[in-house]
Design a protein around this ligand. Structure first.
Ligand code: GTP
Ligand code: MG
Length: 226
């Protein structure tokens, strides 16, 4: 099955009340949406790479370890709109969801996270919509990461469009933790006792990791003053 058929099926599955020609219209609007969000991601990634390259030139090191990005699939967009009881249309997706475009920035040190967050906040083209600092205020399960939502302007042939981009900035250690916790979340259909004990162990790991991140940061500062 090609991409188009896959998307059409996804839309048919979740909105069976639509007629076939409406489904084609919905599909094309989703394609436009995908292009807009994809472009917004590229703009953010370009800015991050400029920052990383400048750092490398000036200080001979890269604050960014790697960047990942993703766009929510139409199936997942439609699923989330339905869960939230919102209309299932591309316009509704644009107005109600801020995590269609996602960029994850993995850094070596905690200070790098805040340097990158400041760069993006100070960037005059990007408008800051929301910040959630789960490093200063970790979630009860131990999740740590710095989240921000930026409104990114994209210049199209027929004018400017704004797309929100969700940015998650975290250290390598925080990312390692989040990947395993994510797996537990998705695979916790087994023994609830084991799942509960793993939840406790994960929480402990989060605290250990936080201590290590802090120690690495302190040692990094000392080494660079030698
Ligand atoms: P969603 O509606 O689920 O997107 O959450 P939200 O609007 O409350 O936003 P939040 O900033 O809390 O989380 C957004 C994203 O951060 C999620 O989609 C995950 O990618 C990540 N995230 C948040 N909490 C956790 C967590 O406890 N564990 C892991 N592994 N990832 C998390
Ligand atoms: Mg989300």
């Amino acid at each position: 099955m090609d991409d188009k058929e896959f998307y059409l099926d996804a839309i048919r599955d979740v909105v069976p009340e639509h007629k076939e020609e409406q489904i084609q219209d919905v599909f094309y609007s989703f394609l436009e949406l995908e292009h807009l969000y994809d472009s917004a991601i590229e703009l953010v990634k370009t800015q991050l790479n400029i920052f990383d390259n400048e750092f490398s030139m000036r200080f001979q090191r890269n604050p960014i370890h790697n960047i990942e990005s993703r766009i929510k699939t139409p199936q997942s967009i439609v699923g989330k709109l339905q869960r939230k009881g919102m209309p299932v249309t591309p316009e509704s997706a644009r107005n109600n969801l801020t995590d269609i475009a996602g960029v994850r920035v993995i850094c070596c040190y905690i200070d790098d996270i805040y340097a990158i967050a400041d760069l993006l906040t100070d960037h005059s083209a990007f408008q800051l919509r929301k910040i959630k600092d789960y490093i200063k205020n970790p979630k009860p399960n131990g999740y740590r990461s710095f989240h921000m939502i930026l409104d990114v302007p994209v210049y199209m042939s027929n004018g400017k469009e704004i797309a929100p981009v969700e940015i998650q900035i975290r250290t390598i250690a925080m990312d390692f933790w989040a990947s395993l916790e994510h797996q537990l979340h998705y695979k916790s259909t087994g023994d609830p006792k084991i799942a509960a004990s793993l939840t406790g162990e994960l929480k402990e790991c989060s605290e250990t990791i936080s201590g290590i991140d802090q120690k690495m940061q302190d040692m990094f500062k000392k080494i660079n003053l030698l």
